[in-house]
Design a binder for this molecule. Structure first.
Ligand code: NDP
Ligand code: 2IT
Length: 444
């Protein structure tokens, strides 16, 4: 294959999908050499079959707000690839959601899930519904209306959704309730469920913890760890919260967190007590990060991202394209030694180039944030065998999965000068597994 040609064809066939093009471009150019060592792949046109989702469902959701106004939103499920297991991936509820974003996420998810060593294919879905400012009853009515459409496309051996931006334990609970009512079956079709009804221990923590376990493996290659390191975290949702919790536990100091309105800078560090405040503020009251600055008397910068602050490690945990080339240059100039992505595709291609040219440790989301979907996979296993594992058991498995992913990146990504190109490593390792499975299953 000629990566440039494939990309241009995809852009022509699927115009106006910039995030999808961006994710595909990165993978195509990093796997091109390896792919071309296998003429049988090209004969089977594996590359197009891997870039274009198996199918996409798109539907209108109609629901009534608290005042009785009838609202509409769009709903989607992208079933990208099920060569190594049933479609698996989260649901995102955010005003910005569109097909391009969900196609990029489903594409990334396919390779990420392959890296986890668990049998899961890739998918993603969601809606342009914004939970911001909605009452809990509105969120419930919306999620129920969403599930009235989605339920016929999913199932425990077909497609297993979970959370993502705007979808956490509350939303998964509401969706599970409606799914169960419609199917009259109690199955493990959604992951991230409450612990009383099949949810795995450590699933809420898994993405953040997993990112830090991956970071520790990277730091180990430089003979260091987190003790005394200053960390810049973006976001203040699920991933950011548990990232911060693990950094604190391992002796690092988190000085920033953010939301879509701005960021806080606390030079003393966010300790456990302050983190408990953030968790209550965000998860219970659904407040704004600005309130932290008011409460603790620290700096708040409206309308900005935290990358101009000084730190040793950056942990982007909010959303895609939240670090651009200039911000990456600023981070490097300020001495950042590692960037580990909790979010999906938070660094633009220009930012990735800056990190790699500077030869700092840089882990792409599909490797570093795979802990979330890994524990989702472990939740599926527990549901299937109708048992619940202890916190320690799940945490041990998570650690070992993150270590395995790191090893795969080193195996496929180490360059002649010894620099570990984690982007290449993750893409090639994930791709090869899916590619071999597809070849074995014929032209389907
Ligand atoms: P949450 O909804 O819990 O938190 C998202 C955070 O990011 C919030 O602080 C939110 O601010 C901020 N944010 C969202 N969109 C934007 C935006 N457009 N601009 C600026 N800030 C934004 O989501 P998660 O923590 O679950 O997800 C965060 C990232 O991690 C996403 O990229 C997701 O795909 C990825 N991820 C999540 C996994 C999971 O298990 N949940 C697993 C792997 C990756 P505000 O409150 O203002 O909206
Ligand atoms: O991006 C992701 O990996 C997730 N949002 C988690 C998906 C899952 O199925 O747990």
């Amino acid at each position: 294959m000629n990566a440039q040609q494939v990309l241009e064809d995809l852009k022509r066939r699927f115009p106006n999908e910039p995030e999808y093009h961006q994710a595909v471009e990165e993978v195509l150019f990093t796997i091109e050499d390896e792919y071309n060592l296998h003429p049988e792949f090209d004969k089977a046109n594996l590359i197009e079959r891997l870039c274009i989702p198996d199918r996409v469902f798109q539907f209108r959701i109609t629901w009534a707000d608290d005042k009785g106004n009838v609202k509409t939103n769009m709903g989607y499920r992208v079933q990208h690839n099920n060569a190594i297991g049933p479609y698996k991936g989260g649901l995102r509820f955010h005003a910005s959601v569109n097909l391009s974003i969900l196609k990029f996420l489903a594409f990334e998810q396919t390779f990420k899930n392959a890296l986890t060593t668990l049998p899961m294919g890739g998918g993603k879905g969601g809606s342009d519904f914004s939970p911001r400012g909605k009452s809990s009853m509105e969120v419930m009515r919306f999620t129920q209306a969403f599930m009235l459409e989605l339920w016929r496309h999913i199932g425990p051996d077909m497609d297993i959704p979970a959370g993502d931006i705007g979808v956490g334990g509350r939303e998964v609970g509401f969706m599970f309730g409606m799914y169960k009512k419609l199917t009259r079956e109690f199955t493990g079709t959604l992951t991230g469920k409450g612990q009383e009804f099949g949810g795995s221990l450590i699933r809420p923590e898994a993405t953040g913890y997993g990112n830090i376990y991956f970071l520790m493996e990277m730091l180990k290659t430089k003979g260091t760890d987190l003790k005394g390191k200053v960390c810049l975290v973006s976001g203040s949702g699920n991933v950011a919260q548990y990232t911060t919790e693990k950094v604190i536990e391992l002796g690092g100091k988190v000085v920033t967190m953010s939301d879509s309105d701005g960021y806080i800078y606390d030079p003393d560090g966010i300790d456990s007590e302050k983190l408990a405040y953030i968790m209550e503020l965000k998860n219970l009251y659904r407040g704004r990060i600005r309130e932290y600055a008011e409460h603790y008397g620290c700096k708040y910068v409206a309308g900005a991202r935290p990358w101009s602050e000084k730190g040793d490690i950056a942990l982007p945990s909010a959303t895609q394209n939240e670090i651009d080339g200039d911000e990456a240059k600023e981070l490097v100039a300020n001495g950042v030694m590692a960037v580990s992505e909790g979010a999906n595709m938070p660094s633009t291609p220009e930012a990735i180039k800056v990190f790699q040219d500077a030869k700092i440790l840089y882990a792409p989301g599909k490797a570093a944030n795979a802990g979330g979907v890994s524990v989702s996979g472990l939740e599926m296993t527990q549901n299937s065998i109708r048992l619940s594992w202890s916190k320690e058991e799940v945490d041990e498995k998570l650690k070992s999965i993150m270590k395995n992913i790191h090893e795969a990146c080193v195996k496929y990504g180490t360059e002649p000068d010894g620099y570990i190109n984690y982007v290449k490593g993750a893409n090639v390792a994930g791709f090869m597994k899916v590619a071999h499975a597809m070849m074995a299953q014929g032209v389907v």
